[in-house]
Write a protein that binds this ligand. Sequence first.
Ligand code: AOF
Ligand code: ZN
Length: 373
Amino acid sequence: MSFTPHDERFMAAAIRLSRWHLGRTATNPSVGCLIVKDGVIVGRAVTALGGRPHAETQALSEAGALARGATAYVTLEPCSHHGKTPPCAEALIAYGVARIVISVTDPDPRVSGRGIARLREASIEVDAGVLEAEGRQSLAAYLTRQTKNRPYVTLKLAVSADGMIGRQGAGQVAITGPEARAQVQALRAETDAILVGIGTAIADDPLLTVRSPGLESQSPIRIVLDPSLALPLTSRLVGTAREVPVIVVTSEEGSLSQAEGDIASTEMESRRAALEAAGVEVVHCNPYHPEVLLPALATRGISSLLVEGGAKTARLFLEAGLVDRIQLYQAPVMIGEGGIESPLDATDIPSGFAHTGTLMFGGDRLDEYERGL
Ligand code: AOF
Ligand code: ZN
């Protein structure tokens, strides 16, 4: 059977629903599921906070007996493995669902086609690929970690009308207005980790947490690229490390020359001890090689990473070809003298990125660019 406009409408609703728990289901994807009987939604659910129960089992228990003969819309192929919960494919069969419409097939090697095969074996009609591009977008973090063994990377830049992202020696400079800042808070809330370079950590002394009312518990892990452990103990990041985790990525042990090593190692050792005593986790990994760092973050279960600054760190990720999405805010303010030039503007977006949308937040314009997954 081919897809109907109803299929797209219900799948669009399932995708919207799935976004509710983005960034809050740990390594599990946030999946949306609707059970529809005679054109009426009789069950709906999103993967629970923390990743379990899965979406389908919750939607089925809401639908109850009405699930018999119904159509299930699921943003990801139902699982077929006995993991921490029994397989969703079996639950769909047991409830007597007649048809299952799927957006994206699951690359998890424990599932990967087996969910669909199991459903078809039970004579259930299965149609996959409905609104697949939108579905993949909503599952981008999960799909990237599964298939590329690294987090999905978003680079966020706020650029003034004269092409600057800040002012030398001025600390944090307001470029965008309150509406755009609230939007960035929402973006942080759906992201697993946020990363800045040590230059930004020192100059701006940022908190990098989520402060929007109702979202306070959703701050991402904060990561600082800090080759020589220069993050001040008095910084706001260190001061809040016990409330929201901070990871400092420093050079690999033994990477200093012998002479440097002799002088620096005792000093480094005492800085490391002081940071750790304040609750910061110090990780040894080359901070200048995102291609090494990102898989290490994926191994820790980080599926999405937001790179927030500064210019040098943005260039590092762009040059490594390890940015999946660019969010470019352009504000009407002027920075003038002493401005720090943006590594990027709307006229020099790297090749391979497609412009996927423009939104206005107050007087600020957000352009989004994405590379295919
Ligand atoms: C579904 N529905 O809502 C989600 C699914 O560790 P477990 O046992 O929870 O399994 C995690 C895997 O389950 C994950 O890698 C992905 O394949 C699937 N996630 N599947 O049927 C859901 N979140
Ligand atoms: Zn499942």
